[in-house]
Write a protein that binds this ligand. Structure first.
Ligand code: 5GP
Ligand code: ZN
Length: 117
């Protein structure tokens, strides 16, 4: 499984940098975004270093499915009971800051600060 020693999300997945973890298994980890844009703002991150969604292949199909299916589960568990948003930023024009694939889960009572979209 690919790992980038300079990548912040690889370091979080490896436990080298602390995070407010809400879920983990052998494939993915989920934790609170450090700069929440909504009352509930979680990040679902694969353990494997895949830079962007455009780098994912058919080999990642089950992993991507697992990440998407986790979104409503974690949203509910963390209080986003009235709906939520799922966002994947990709590349410079997609506003991606961290080049390790991740799914944002945003929810909770509005107003939200929101993301730059
Ligand atoms: P992107 O713009 O790449 O889709 O989103 C990256 C997200 O990662 C941002 O919302 C940012 O707040 C979050 N983030 C960046 N560094 C850290 C960190 O060290 N810990 C946590 N928990 N979130 C981070
Ligand atoms: Zn990484």
């Amino acid at each position: 499984m690919s790992h980038d020693p300079n990548c912040i999300f690889c370091k979080i997945a490896a436990g080298e940098i602390p995070s407010r973890k809400v879920y983990e298994d052998e494939d993915v980890i989920a934790f609170h975004d450090i700069r929440p844009a909504a009352p509930v703002h979680l990040l679902i991150v694969p353990r494997e270093h895949v830079p962007t969604l455009a780098d994912a292949t058919a080999a990642h199909q089950a992993l991507l499915g697992k990440m998407l299916l986790l979104a409503p589960k974690l949203a509910q568990e963390h209080g986003a009971t009235n709906g939520f948003r799922v966002v994947v930023n990709n590349g410079p024009d997609g506003g991606q800051e961290v080049y390790h694939l991740h799914v944002h889960v945003l929810g909770g009572p509005r107003p939200w600060k929101g993301m730059a979209i």
